[in-house]
Every structure is written in C-alpha cells, then in structure tokens.
Design a protein around this ligand. Structure first.
Ligand SMILES: Cc1ncc(COP(=O)(O)O)c(C=O)c1O
Length: 449
C-alpha cells in the first residue's frame, strides 16, 4: 500500500481512477503524451522544497549548489538536443536555453516582454486558423497587452501563402512575427518567415510547442537558423513533464530593448546589453515568475536525455507515420480533413458534411473511450464552444506502441462513431474493441498510488 493511499485514500482513489482512464482509453488529444516512469520519478522528489529565484551563480537564497547542477544539466541537454550549443554548432545556430518557464503561456509572455513593449504590434496566426490563445486572443493577456494582427490560411488550400504573409508584414510592420501553432497540420516554412521578418525589421519568434519533439528528431524543418527566440512546452511531442523552455539567440538584431525590460518605467535596474538571451532570462525572472519549479526542471533534464537517444528519432518518425495512416483512413471513411491531410502529428477534421458538430463528435467519442478535442476549422461558421471540427493527434498512442495498421482501424472506428452518432450498438462494439487495443499496449504497468 502506498503512503498516499494510507494517508489520503480519497485522493489516492481519484489519482488511480485517472491512471486507469489513461490506461483503458485511446488518448488522441494532439497536445498530450505519456511521460516515462523515470520522468515521473524525477517529478516527485524533494527538489520541490527548494527556493531558487535567479540563475546559476546569482541566486537570492543559499543552499542552491545542487539545484544549480540540476538546472545546468537541463540547459546543457536542451542545447545539445536542438544542436544550439556554443562551440559545437555553426554560428547561426547558437542559442541559449532557459528552462525555467512554468508553462508555454509563461514562456510566450516572457518572449514578448523581451522583444516588445505593451502596445507593440505582433503578427501571428488567427486563432480560428490554428493559432494559440497566447497568440493574441482578446480574452488572454497577449491580446489585452499587445496589438496583435493576424494572418490566416488560404480558403481553398487551408495552407499558408507566404507571399500574402510577406505583403501583410510589409504593410503592418510588426515588432514581432510569430509562427508555430496549435492546430496546423502542415509543415511550416520557417526560412521564408525568417526572411520576411528581416525584410520588415521584425523579430522572428517561433512557438514550437506542438512540434518540438519532431524538430529535435529531424522530422520537421528546423526553425533554429531563422528565429530570434523559440518557445516550447516540454510536455507535448517532446514527452517531458508539464512545463516549458525558451531558446534565444545571443545577438539582439533590433536594438534598443523594450523599456519594460530595461526597467525604465519603474526606474529600476534592467538588462541594457545587446544580448537577447539575457533579456529573455530577465523577462522570465524577475519579469514573469518567482521561484522556478526545481523538481520539474530536473524532470525536463531527464526527458531531454531520453529525447537525445536514437530511439526517440524512431518514435518521432512513427508519430508522423501514424498520423498519415490515420489521415488516410479517415479520408477513406468520408471524413473531410483540413488541408486534405497532415505532415506532422495532428489532423484537423472538418465535420460539416457529416451533420455532427465538433462538440457532439468529441462527446460521442468520449463515450467509447476515445479522447479528442473539439476545434474550430479555418473559416468556421460555428462558435468556439461548438465548432465544426475535431483535432486528433498521434503522439500519445505512438508512445504506447500503436502502429499504422492500428491507426487505420482507429480511423474507421472514429468515422463510424461520427457517421452514426446515436447508434448505441456501434458504440458498444467500439468500446469493446478500444479496450482490447488499449490492453494490448500496457501503460504504467503495475503503477498504483
Ligand atoms: C502553440 C502553443 N503554445 C503555447 C501553449 C501553451 O502551453 P501551456 O498550456 O503550457 O501554457 C500551447 C498549449 O497547448 C500551444 O499549443
């Protein structure tokens, strides 16, 4: 019996219920994954007890010698993983990692603060076309603090048209151009974005939260030579603990730094150098956060060590192969896909022709233990709370060892449920098959808390 189950059986039961839900269903939410047992172990340690505001060698509290070791190891591995380590890569790749951001949203806020001041213009993808809340939604800090203008995908192809984006950037002259999305199934042309940013005198920021694992493994084009700052979560395709990280170029191409970061407004001290990475560090702490989550940072280091292994490259390739097999099967079974398919780990299905809404489909799939999320599709005529689409991803099932044959079967099951949304006998049959498939790929075998 675990200590937790003895002390707090109520919470222990809730946690075990959730572990079993994860085991018994098919997790196809594109932003989720299953961390390894070693990452789980690293997360649950007394490192959570420490306060370590500041950075290695510049901490506010004493007793941080081992926290310094842990954070430095996480940074070193992150820089190795993305091949940005000073002295080991070409000059245009050199970037510094900051592993302290608690989550992707905080990483994005710190990046904006390092490169812009409130009110500055930032050009990002329209939320309904695949952008994230932190890319300028009016209900998010980003949309209320900064002046976002949005680009979108083309109506016919559902893909980005880089010439149109260039024309828009020339007209808007933003401070930052942002690429990297939440629901875009296609490869992103980071080189073209980088060129446009340079032409219009903007910073180029990449939010690679969704595709970081694919980029690290070389199965998606690499933003590093082109971007000034790259943010990412660590828990999606990268398969680490819930958290985030920022990679920043050292040279600041666009002086001067933001007044907020220089502390001019408050008359305080700040970062006045031309070093963009230092500005990002300052924007994370003390700009955005207090003490870092040291137990999570150690787990990020463990996840980076996993991602540095050759097996992870195979894993990333399989994520994409599985997504392509799933896309093919859905299409064959009369489900329309935004842009007609996928190049990465996710698929966006437009259910308009099926008569089901995204909300109805995601609820029906939940009834058979298949988890996806409802999602807006480009040029959606419906509202975000009941949009026309669903988003489906393969990272989590690929971690469990699912292959293309199984993905084809899952595609047919998903289509059958959507086309027969009220048919209880199909649901019953599918539920049974989902359980068999899940049982064939054990998850956290023997883990009980
Ligand atoms: C592209 C992108 N950026 C940022 C985030 C925010 O990450 P978090 O939920 O960790 O704040 C997400 C989350 O889904 C995302 O998809």
């Amino acid at each position: 019996m675990s200590l937790l189950s003895q002390f707090d059986p109520e919470m222990s039961e809730i946690i075990n219920n959730e572990i079993n839900r994860q085991r018994q269903g098919l997790e196809m939410i594109a932003s989720e994954n299953f961390v390894s047992r070693v990452v789980l172990e690293a997360m649950g340690t007394p490192l959570t007890n420490k306060y370590s505001e500041g950075y290695h060698g510049h901490r506010y509290y004493r007793g941080n010698q081992f926290i310094d070791d842990s954070e430095s190891l996480a940074i070193e591995r992150a820089e190795k993983l993305f091949n940005v380590h000073e002295g080991e890569c070409e000059p245009e790749r050199i970037m510094k990692a900051n592993v302290q951001p608690h989550a992707g949203s905080q990483a994005n806020m710190a990046a904006y603060m390092a490169m812009a001041k409130p009110g500055d213009k930032i050009m990002a993808m329209d939320l309904a076309h695949g952008g994230h809340l932190t890319h300028g939604s009016p209900v998010n800090f980003s949309g209320s603090l900064f002046n976002f203008v949005h680009y979108g995908v083309e109506k016919e192809t559902h893909k980005l048209d880089m010439e149109k984006i260039r024309t828009q950037a020339k007209k808007e002259k933003p401070r930052i151009i942002l690429a990297g999305y939440t629901a875009y199934p296609r490869e992103i042309d980071f080189k073209a974005f980088g060129e446009i940013a340079r032409e219009v005198g903007a910073y180029f920021m990449v939010d690679m939260a969704h595709i970081a694992g694919l980029i690290s493994a070389g199965v998606h084009t690499d933003p590093i030579p082109h971007a000034d700052v790259i943010t990412t979560t660590t828990h999606k395709t990268l398969r680490g603990p819930r958290g985030a990280m920022i990679l920043s170029k050292i040279e600041d191409r666009l002086q001067p730094p933001s007044p907020l970061i220089r502390g001019e407004r408050q008359g305080g001290r700040g970062v006045k150098s031309k070093n963009l990475a230092k500005k990002v560090d300052f924007a994370v702490f003390p700009g955005m956060q207090g003490g870092p989550l040291d137990h999570i940072i150690s787990a990020k280091a463990v996840a980076f060590a996993e991602a540095l292994r050759p097996e992870f490259k195979e894993y990333a390739k399989q994520i994409v192969a599985n997504a392509k097999a799933l896309a093919e099967s859905l299409t064959k079974n009369n489900i329309d896909l935004v842009s007609g398919g996928t190049d990465n780990h996710l698929i966006l299905a437009d259910l308009t022709k099926t008569g089901a809404t995204g909300k109805e489909a995601s609820l029906a799939l939940e009834e058979v233990d298949i988890y996806v999320n409802k999602n807006m599709v480009p040029y959606d005529t419906r509202k975000p709370m009941n949009p026309s689409g669903i988003r489906i991803g393969t990272p989590a099932l690929t971690t469990r060892g699912f292959n293309e044959t199984e993905m084809k079967e899952i595609g047919k099951m998903i289509a059958d449920i959507i086309h027969n949304i009220n048919d209880e006998s199909i649901k019953e049959k599918t539920r049974k098959r989902v359980k068999e498939m899940a049982d064939a790929h054990p998850l956290y075998d023997g883990l009980v808390v």
